[in-house]
Each structure stands twice: as structure tokens, then as C-alpha cells.
Design a protein around this ligand. Structure first.
Ligand code: FDA
Length: 321
């Protein structure tokens, strides 16, 4: 009876998010021989050499790249150090492959994967780990962007951003248009040299902090876009929404922005034809490339955003597994 009153897409979304927390299912899917092939569409492999190879393919087709080493909510200092070391190793490989010059390929970090949730010292541990990665990025000639997680971490992440920017002013951050506070955060960050990636937001947030209606999230995205594009910073427009891409293009022209003063961003495997179209039109187009052993939770979140993708995944398991 209760289920009958629910929006079917919400039920499916919650079911898929439930799958992401089911260890038995996770282990079965991870062991299925075909999984590695299927995840290839959304994940750039498990090792740093896989990530470098995938990034090279994207750069060869005129796309810029930001790479995320998968893993989040670390509750173990050794795991946080492992994540930091994975980034250091990746940046070295990227520089050797000649991919980091002028920020062609940069990296994205989740502070929770670097230890932010490790009790009282968490913020300091995450900041120290992020500092090591920023120094390695500086040596390689590229940039770093801090991903944004759920709303309880927004203030902490923005304070880490301020700390890192003292030494590396090119460190960027993500803002999420579903939060009521984001318009003001955009105003605060729309200054010279500031790199802001604007997305809608992917976490399940309460109505007390975030717009519950999709339409309001989209309207907020447009208001934030205006602030960022009319400001003096470097906006990174992260969306697959064709209407928002079109609106951003018009607003950028109205603000007389040169093509190298902002960029579009999309996730690996999502709307690839649109990515190529934008790049071919002369705009900067960056692809977010996640990689690493921890691909399962990331993949399930992408399925939950668009359950049609689940059909693609299950069909592959049925036909090849
Ligand atoms: P929306 O979800 O409304 O989708 C618009 C259209 O895009 C759909 O109709 C469909 O055509 C296509 N589409 C969207 N998702 C798809 C999918 N999974 N598969 C296939 N097609 C799909 N979030 C966050 O909270 N913190 C962060 O740090 C980041 N970082 C980030 C970086 C980058 C580069 C991107 C592109 C996105 C993020 N996100 C994020 C995720 C973001 O908040 C959001 O959940 C997704 O981008 C989906 O929102 P859209 O803007 O694409 O719109």
C-alpha cells in the first residue's frame, strides 16, 4: 500500500542505491567476468596505467580530463594514505606521458577519501594529504579540484579550499545548485583566479538545506551560472543537461567570455557524442574520469541517476556472463 503511493522512479532509485550497499551482490557483480568490460563505459580502469591510457584516448579527441581515484568515506588512516599515494603515483605517470602541461589532465579529490571523517584529527589529516597532492600537481604543471560531498561537509571543504589556495591559488572546488546556500557561495567565489565547478548535486539531502523539486534545482543552476559567468573567475559548467548547456553558451556569449575562460564538463561515458560536439565547436570540454578498484559504489550511483543505464548493465551480464 505504501509503495503504491510512491513515484516508481524514486522506488527504482532507492532500490539501486540499496544494491550499492549489498555486499553479496557487490561481490557477485565484481567477480562476473563481463563486469570489467561493462564498467569500461563509465570507469577508466583499475590501475594508474589504465587511467593514463583512457585519458590519452580522450585527449586525442580534443577533450580535457580530470581524474578521480575512486574511494570515499575512509575510516582508516592507512587507507587515506594509500589514496594520497595513488594520486602521487598517478600524477607522476601523467607527467611522464606528457598529459599534464597547461592542466590538460588534472585531478579531482574527495576529502573524505583523504581522511576528513577520521574523528577529531580528520580535517588536519585530509588537509595534509591534499597538500601533498597539490604539491605533486604543481610539480607536474597541472591543477586540482576538490569534489563536494554531502551538505554536512560543505563548510569544512570550503575552509580546506581557502587553506590550499594560500599556496596554490589554482585549486578549484565544486558547488551544488540543489543547496539553498549555493548562490551566495557562487558570489563569494566568483573572483579572479577562482575555479568553480558548478553541478546540480548528487547526495540525498533534506528539504531544510536543499531544493526538493528538480525544477527549482535547475532554476538555481541558471542563477548560479549567471553569477559565475558574469564574475571574474573560471567557471566549470558540469552538467549533461542539454538545456543548461545551451543556456550557459548564451550567457557566456552575453558576458563576452573568450572560449578559454570557462569550460564544460561531463562524466566519462555519459553523452559522449555531445562531448565531441562541444569540443569540435571550439569550446573547452573536460571529462571526469574515475578509476580504481572501488568502482562499484560509483557505478551504482550513476545507475540510480538514470535507471535506463541499468538495462544496459544487466543485458551485458546476461549475454556475456
Ligand atoms: P540531470 O540529472 O537532470 O540529467 C540531464 C540529462 O543528462 C538527462 O536527461 C540525461 O540525458 C543525461 N544524464 C544525466 N545523468 C546521466 C547518467 N547517469 N547516465 C546517462 N545519462 C545521464 N555531484 C556532487 O554532488 N558533487 C560533486 O563533486 C560532483 N562532481 C561532478 C563532476 C562532474 C564533471 C559532473 C559532470 C558531475 C558531478 N557531480 C557531482 C554529479 C552531479 O551533481 C549530477 O548528479 C550529475 O551530473 C547529473 O546531473 P545533470 O546536471 O547531468 O542533470
Amino acid at each position: 500500500m505504501v509503495l503504491a503511493n510512491l513515484d516508481p522512479s524514486q522506488v527504482l532509485r532507492q532500490t539501486i542505491l540499496g544494491m550499492s550497499r549489498n555486499d553479496q551482490l557487490r561481490s557477485a557483480i565484481e567477480k562476473a567476468p563481463v563486469s570489467r568490460d561493462i564498467v569500461k563505459r563509465f570507469v577508466g580502469g583499475v590501475s594508474s596505467s589504465d587511467a593514463v591510457r583512457t585519458a590519452t584516448e580522450l585527449v586525442d579527441t580534443r577533450r580535457l580530463v580530470t581524474i578521480d581515484y575512486l574511494g570515499e568515506d575512509t575510516l582508516d588512516p592507512a587507507q587515506a594514505a594509500h589514496t594520497r599515494d595513488a594520486y602521487l603515483d598517478l600524477l607522476e605517470h601523467l607527467a611522464e606521458a606528457g598529459l599534464t602541461a597547461d592542466g590538460t589532465v588534472e585531478v579531482s579529490l574527495k576529502l573524505s577519501a583523504l581522511g576528513q571523517a577520521l574523528g577529531r584529527d580528520g580535517n588536519r589529516i585530509a588537509l595534509d594529504n591534499a597538500r601533498a597532492i597539490c604539491q605533486a600537481a604543481a610539480n607536474a604543471g597541472t591543477t586540482v579540484t576538490l569534489d563536494m560531498e554531502d551538505h554536512t561537509t560543505t563548510d569544512l571543504t570550503l575552509s580546506v579550499l581557502r587553506d590550499l589556495r594560500q599556496d596554490w591559488p589554482w585549486v578549484g572546488a565544486v558547488l551544488q545548485s540543489y543547496l539553498y546556500r549555493t548562490e551566495q557561495d557562487c558570489r563569494d567565489l566568483a573572483h579572479e583566479g577562482s575555479r568553480v565547478r558548478l553541478c546540480k548535486g548528487t547526495y540525498k539531502e533534506p528539504e531544510s538545506v536543499a531544493f526538493p523539486d528538480k525544477l527549482d534545482v535547475d532554476r538555481s543552476y541558471v542563477r548560479c551560472l549567471k553569477i559565475l559567468l558574469e564574475g571574474a573567475g573560471y567557471p566549470m559548467i558540469a552538467t549533461h543537461d542539454p538545456r543548461l548547456v545551451e543556456i550557459a553558451t548564451v550567457l557566456a556569449a552575453k558576458a563576452q567570455r573568450a572560449p578559454d575562460t570557462y569550460e564544460f564538463q561531463m562524466l566519462l561515458g555519459i553523452r559522449p557524442e555531445e562531448q565531441l560536439r562541444i569540443a569540435a565547436g571550439g569550446a573547452r570540454m573536460r571529462v571526469y574520469l574515475p578509476y580504481g578498484e572501488e568502482w562499484y559504489g560509483y557505478l551504482m550511483r550513476r545507475m540510480a541517476e538514470r535507471p535506463q543505464n541499468l538495462g544496459f548493465f544487466l543485458r551485458g551480464l546476461a549475454t556475456k556472463g
